[in-house]
Design a protein around this ligand. Structure first.
Ligand SMILES: Nc1ncnc2c1ncn2[C@@H]1O[C@H](COP(=O)(O)OP(=O)(O)OP(=O)(O)O)[C@@H](O)[C@H]1O
Ligand SMILES: [Mg+2]
Length: 320
């Protein structure tokens, strides 16, 4: 469904009194990813590692600085807005915060039908479709006349999902889509997403911080650190046999994870350090890694397949 080949996004920061040189931020650094049709790829990593930037690149809301994006085997990297129009409806996003992502002055009906109007559909068909979508996301069709503030957080997120589904997308990007919901509502929305996936054969890119949630919904998981994918594998393989030192720390720090007891103080301190220069030539985890060697400072490890379907970007997978 989706393939990214060495996709990067650099930002040039303005000069300031404190930093007179123009700094370059590698928000996304040479990312290779693949999502198969009908599957869910979970994308995890600490705040600021580039997850949303990657989502925006896939949606073509921002242009990558380098690399290629393929959607259903067609390269979309350099398509103009006009050329991309037909494909745009196939890739949709649900954002984290239903409070700010839904326009407060628009009714539910207007919110859901907005993407349909962009494709010049007839009014009667649009009205019908809105009702159908509300039912599909488990809401009463009478909710169409409500404003976002007249809905609960969970209902609002369902409206966000209905809106994303309006154009019959094939790839849905869920950027922290359940993070702002309480646990029971989160579970309901996750189950709704699973049902919708099997009903409409949807493909998901599921971005989240909660590793339990990611484990529940994903088929494969990619771990991102400072703009790079450091490990990717099938969900059970990754959670049971994590190979990258960063993945291990991430999994060990899961509150409900039984291995939390094994988390040593050094490891949690490592995650808090953010001292690696951004133009670093070596591994993105070098400064934090207690297994690092000379090579790690000088060379970026490629994402190599260490087992069928298990990809790792590390020079010392065995000894770790
Ligand atoms: N327009 C921009 N200009 C400069 N830097 C940017 C811009 N957009 C994002 N960044 C930087 O790129 C990095 C990645 O940001 P991004 O929003 O993708 O992180 P994230 O992984 O989604 O974080 P979170 O989990 O907190 O949502 C951050 O360091 C951010 O400050
Ligand atoms: Mg984000």
């Amino acid at each position: 469904m989706l393939r990214l080949n060495k996709v990067s996004k650099y930002y040039q920061l303005n000069k300031s009194f404190i930093s007179p040189l123009r700094k370059k931020i590698k928000a996304v650094d040479s990312v290779c990813l693949e999502i198969k049709s009908g599957e869910t790829l979970g994308l995890v990593g600490e705040s600021g590692c580039g997850k949303s930037t990657l989502a925006r690149i896939i949606l073509k809301l921002i242009a990558p600085s380098a690399g290629e994006i393929y959607f259903q085997d067609q390269e979309i990297t350099d398509l103009s807005e006009n050329q991309f129009r037909a494909l745009r409806q196939k890739i949709q996003i649900v954002f984290q915060d239903p409070y700010s992502s839904l326009s407060p002055r628009l009714t539910v009906k207007k919110i859901i039908s907005e993407p349909l109007q962009a494709f010049k559909q007839k009014k009667v068909l649009i009205a019908q479709r809105v009702k159908e979508l509300l039912i599909n996301v488990g809401l009463n069709p009478e909710y169409e006349n409500r404003l976002p503030h007249q809905l609960s957080g969970g209902e609002r997120q369902r409206v966000g999902i209905a809106r994303a589904l309006a154009t019959n997308p094939e790839l849905l990007i869920l950027d922290e889509a359940v993070s702002s919901l309480d646990l029971s509502t989160q579970a309901q929305v996750l189950n709704l997403l699973k049902d919708l996936q099997s009903k409409y054969k949807l493909t998901y890119l599921f971005i989240a911080h909660n590793l339990d949630v990611v484990r529940y919904i994903s088929d494969h998981v990619a771990v991102m650190y400072k703009g790079r994918i450091v490990e990717q594998a099938g969900v059970n393989q990754l959670y049971e046999n994590p190979s990258h030192p960063y993945t291990k720390i991430l999994l060990n720090s899961m509150p409900s994870f039984e291995k939390k007891l094994l988390l040593n103080k050094n490891q949690s301190a490592i995650l808090e350090k953010q001292i690696l220069p951004l133009d670093n030539q070596g591994c993105c985890f070098y400064a934090q890694c207690n297994k690092a060697q000379a090579q790690c400072a000088e060379e970026k490890p490629e994402l190599n397949q260490i087992k069928l379907g298990h990809w790792l970007s590390c020079f010392k997978p065995k000894e770790i």
